[in-house]
Design a binder for this molecule. Structure first.
Ligand SMILES: C[S@@+](CC[C@H](N)C(=O)[O-])C[C@H]1O[C@@H](n2cnc3c(N)ncnc32)[C@H](O)[C@@H]1O
Length: 223
């Protein structure tokens, strides 16, 4: 699946997966195809769409974090669905720990199967609703980064993410179009939560030219 996209990976991500990582992406893809026959994991299963919307998009969102490949940071993917953006991040950053959180039991059950098949001991799962799990003391102030794609409005995503983050941690919100109205509501929420919008990265997806906006929210205090 990957070789024909080599130039795009290099031009747009300034990164290219090793042989081992390419194999892991391929195993992830095959595993998701199998999982889709058992439960409704994702509608994005055509190879090109999978590559662009699941792999490329997941990775494009973490590039502005400026992480070194050997980072040991902890990631929480809230509302992970079929494992995105968390799974590709775990493959690209091989020393991180990544927790995939979702409220749907069937999805988490299949992700557990996939994790053991791919022997990804650094990837864990959490079953439950973000707003409930975020109140548990074992989960609070724990993660360096939270990733949220296609889960809820930006303000609600911030409310979900902040309890889990360490002070100084960052929530990455993967969004499509971004409007001034959303920005206003998000800023009000961030004032209450103890954080701020550090930056917005706008980019165009390489195959279908879709607009993406990734928001980087910094947690500055424990509330
Ligand atoms: C549209 S899917 C997006 C999946 C994935 N992030 C992606 O972009 O492909 C939304 C997922 O979020 C989960 N979800 C929605 N609200 C949630 C909540 N409050 N807590 C945990 N998971 C939630 C749903 O079960 C679903 O799997």
């Amino acid at each position: 699946m990957l070789p024909e996209f080599k130039e795009i990976w290099q031009d747009t991500l300034e990164w290219f997966p090793s042989e081992e990582q390419q194999q892991q992406f391929e195993q992830l893809y095959q595993g998701i195809l199998v999982g889709n026959r058992q439960c409704n994991l994702t509608r994005i299963i055509e190879p090109e769409a999978f590559w662009e919307k699941h792999l490329w998009d997941s990775l494009r969102g973490i590039i502005p974090l400026g992480l070194e490949s050997y980072t040991t940071a902890s990631f929480l993917d809230i509302g992970t669905g079929a494992g995105f953006p968390g799974f590709p991040c775990a493959i690209a950053l091989p020393y991180t720990t990544v927790t995939l959180l979702d409220s749907t039991g069937k999805k988490i059950a299949y992700l557990n199967t996939l994790i053991s098949e791919l022997q990804f001991s650094r990837v864990k799962t959490l079953l439950g609703r973000a707003e409930t799990l975020g109140k548990q003391s074992s989960q609070r102030n724990k993660y360096d980064f939270a990733l949220l794609r296609a889960v809820a409005s930006a303000s609600v995503c911030a409310e979900y993410a902040f309890p889990f983050l360490k002070v100084g941690g960052t929530a990455v919100l993967y969004r499509g179009r971004w409007t001034p109205e959303e920005a206003e509501s998000l800023n009000l929420t961030l004032n209450q939560l103890g954080g701020y919008l550090e930056k917005i990265e706008t980019f165009i997806t390489p195959l279908t030219a879709g607009e993406r906006n990734c928001l980087y929210l910094k947690k500055t205090s424990m509330r």
